[in-house]
Write a protein that binds this ligand. Structure first.
Ligand code: CU
Length: 375
């Protein structure tokens, strides 16, 4: 490519400070250094974690930043030491890296990676992106609300060249997170009864995962009655609106299921809902998985809930090791074994990012895919 080795000037949405609209700016994107890949982002979507950083992570240390982590693009150029990726490859950036060398990566038990940015304010303090003489932080090491970004090769999944990037971008976070939480973390069993709390993209993907795992009954729970129809598309058999009941939702579910569900998945990120999800599980063997993201509050429950045989777990990116699993998820979509298009409720361009953030903030979309560059 003609741009290889040179600084690229391009458009990006910059979050200069918390709680403020993003600003479309011209930024400079440095050439990739050793083990890095520069990617032309084709499509990206707003996810709750972006909102969490912008509106709830009031720590100024996390700014200025380029948000965005759910995306797909094309490799523009690679730095020294990169052999697995070449210019022209279609890729999905990963917010949880897979270095393949640390003790986590070598264990089949987890998708955590020692080199991941999660937990360190969720930002990579690099110097690859700059604007008006200032360094821009890279959210989760990715920063996809930009025409170009630079990502370490351990955080890149190479996907099928036939994949439509304006669809499979959603496999960069939400869909894999929910689907994997059901399949990998909860390990939903055939014939089981499941409950999914919260029907955003992650919750709907969890419903799809429960169905794929052979669950016989999938109870979708949301306070927005409009979500009912969509949940059915992904395989929900029942819909419960907690607002329709005066009893606690755990009691409602327990009565519906003769003692509780086998598996429950919390896809909201609310500590009260996490507790309800746990208490909705059958004693003896019920498994409850926390999928929704929050790091602001403590949660609580009575120890007897666990003593009585319930298991409480958490899941990040659905337990998937990204470099290995994301290409397989893309393949499953191309083979029509996985729904992706059904999550897209709006299409926009990067210039409309604040509108897309607004829709997400007010629960008015499942996913808004923003076109960033031509495919
Ligand atoms: Cu996300």
């Amino acid at each position: 490519m003609a741009t290889a080795g040179k600084v690229i000037k391009c458009k990006a949405a910059v979050a200069w400070e918390p709680n403020k609209p993003l600003v479309i700016e011209e930024i400079e994107v440095a050439p990739p250094q050793a083990n890095e890949v520069r990617i032309k982002i084709v499509a990206t979507a707003v996810c709750h974690t972006d909102l969490h950083h912008l509106f709830e992570h009031t720590n100024e240390e996390g700014f200025p930043v380029v948000l965005g982590h759910e995306a797909a693009g094309i490799v523009e150029s690679v730095g020294p030491g990169v052999t697995e990726y070449q210019p022209g490859d279609k890729v999905i950036p990963l917010f949880i890296s897979q270095c393949r060398e640390c003790h986590f990566c070598k264990s089949p038990k987890t998708n955590q990676c020692e080199k991941a940015w999660v937990g360190r304010h969720n930002v990579l303090a690099g110097t690859r992106l700059t604007c008006k003489g200032k360094n821009l932080l890279q959210f989760t090491g990715t920063s996809t609300f930009s025409e170009y970004t630079v990502v370490n090769q351990m955080a890149v999944a190479k996907i099928d060249p036939a994949a439509p990037l304006d669809k499979v971008c959603l496999l960069g976070c939400g869909i894999c997170t929910g689907y994997g939480a059901a399949v990998n973390t909860a390990k939903v069993e055939p014939g089981s009864t499941c409950a999914v709390f919260g029907l955003g993209a992650v919750g709907l993907a969890a419903v799809m995962g429960c169905k794929a795992a052979g669950a016989k009954r999938i109870i979708a729970v949301d306070i927005n009655p409009e979500k009912s129809e969509k949940a059915t598309v992904f395989g929900a058999t029942d819909f419960v609106n907690p607002k329709d009941h005066s009893k606690p939702i755990s009691q409602v579910l327990s009565e519906m299921t003769n003692g509780g569900v086998d598996f429950s998945l919390e896809c909201v990120g609310n500590v009260e809902v996490m507790r309800s999800a746990l208490e909705s599980c059958m004693q003896g063997w019920g498994v409850s998985v926390i999928v929704g993201w929050t790091d602001k509050e403590d949660f609580s429950a009575r120890p007897v809930q666990l003593i009585a045989g319930r298991t409480w777990k958490g899941s990040a990116f659905g337990g998937f090791k990204g470099r290995d699993a994301v290409p397989q998820m893309v393949k499953a979509y191309l083979d029509k074994k996985l729904m992706v298009d059904e999550f897209i409720t709006h299409n926009m361009t990067l210039d409309q990012v604040n509108e897309a953030i607004d829709l997400m903030k007010h629960g008015k979309c499942i996913r808004t895919v923003m076109t960033v560059s031509p495919q």
